[in-house]
Design a protein. Structure first.
Length: 319
């Protein structure tokens, strides 16, 4: 009998947890040939998420949890869930039911019967999302597949089922600045993609603002592509060529017409443009340098305040 660990990152999800638990219990009853473990990772929630998880734990021995000392982000929550997962197979899904638990049996068959190492999901529609958010999301996937060696599937979710070899490969990459969508593809293995229509949240509000998604996309670009650095270099070389041409043009004009004062407004515009490009290039370099700075500090990816898992059973202050 195989054991499936369902990793559920949670941040202020008190309104969704009971709905999620009920849905998962229906799926677990359908997949009765397997045992389940529900591993909730409380990412420093400010509501009663942890209390709700503990209520579920008292009712069901399958429930486990890890609670962070503060909000470390979803990437840290995913890593903590994978680390503490004890199952032969590990699934990652959100608590808001935008990742349909009903797909889990099909994902399990793909991994156990069809020879895949992972069954992943992608949305074929973005119904319910703001149009501008959908537009930029599609542009992000398009750009990433152009500048990175790692293939990112458009509409890919973190919702996936993985065998133990796949999970162990992810855990071997202990980098601080994590971009799981890229890591899932970088480790390789055989992946089957399942498509589904976009599902609205069952309760609560999304925690991903446009600005947070923008910062997350920058993290992905920096983590899996050095193309921006090449672009800054090419831009600098191009501007040097333009500058040399402009110098020759000014010298020839002075020798032929002797009018050096005319054209100063355009010269000011050129200086501002070049200065802006320089600052942009320095900013790109600084972004890469800042990520390197965080990596070499070797800070932990997360700090657990409290946990109840197969690997750790401790009260607050004893971890």
């Amino acid at each position: 009998m195989s054991k499936i660990t369902v990793v559920v990152p949670c941040y202020n999800e008190e309104q969704s947890l009971h709905f999620f638990y009920e849905e998962m219990e229906q799926v677990a009853a359908e997949m009765k040939e397997n045992t389940f473990e529900y591993l909730f990772v409380d990412d420093g929630s400010k509501d009663c998420t942890l209390e709700c998880i503990k209520e579920l734990k008292e009712k069901d021995e399958k429930v486990r949890y890890v609670s962070f000392s503060r909000n470390f982000g979803k990437e840290a929550a995913i890593y903590a869930g994978l680390y503490h997962a004890s199952g032969d197979y590990v699934a990652i899904m959100d608590a808001d039911l935008q990742d349909p638990p009903s797909l889990l049996p099909e994902m399990y068959r793909a991994v156990t019967e069809e020879g895949y190492d992972s069954a992943a999901t992608r949305r074929v529609t973005r119904k319910g999302e703001p149009p501008i958010r959908s537009f930029f999301a599609r542009r992000f996937y398009h750009i990433m597949n152009k500048i990175s060696d790692v293939e990112l599937m458009d509409g890919a979710r973190d919702y996936r089922l993985m065998n133990r070899a796949y999970v162990n490969a992810l855990l071997e990459m202990g980098e601080y600045n994590r971009f799981s969508k890229g890591l899932f593809g970088w480790v390789g293995f055989k992946i089957k993609w399942l498509e589904f229509e976009n599902v609205e949240r069952v309760a609560g509000e999304t925690k991903w603002s446009f600005w947070k998604l923008f910062k997350y996309s920058l993290d992905g670009i920096v983590a899996f592509s050095s193309m921006p650095l090449y672009m800054a270099s090419w831009l600098g070389a191009s501007m040097c060529g333009v500058s040399l041409f402009a110098i020759l043009f000014i010298i020839v004009r002075q020798l032929m017409f002797g009018n050096s004062v005319a054209g100063w407004p355009s010269m000011v515009c050129i200086i501002i443009l070049i200065g802006g490009l320089q600052l942009l290039s320095i900013g790109i370099l600084g972004l890469y340098l800042s990520k390197t700075y965080l990596e070499v500090k070797h800070r932990p990816i997360y700090i657990a305040r409290e946990a109840y898992t197969e690997k750790c059973n401790a009260e607050p202050g004893k971890l």
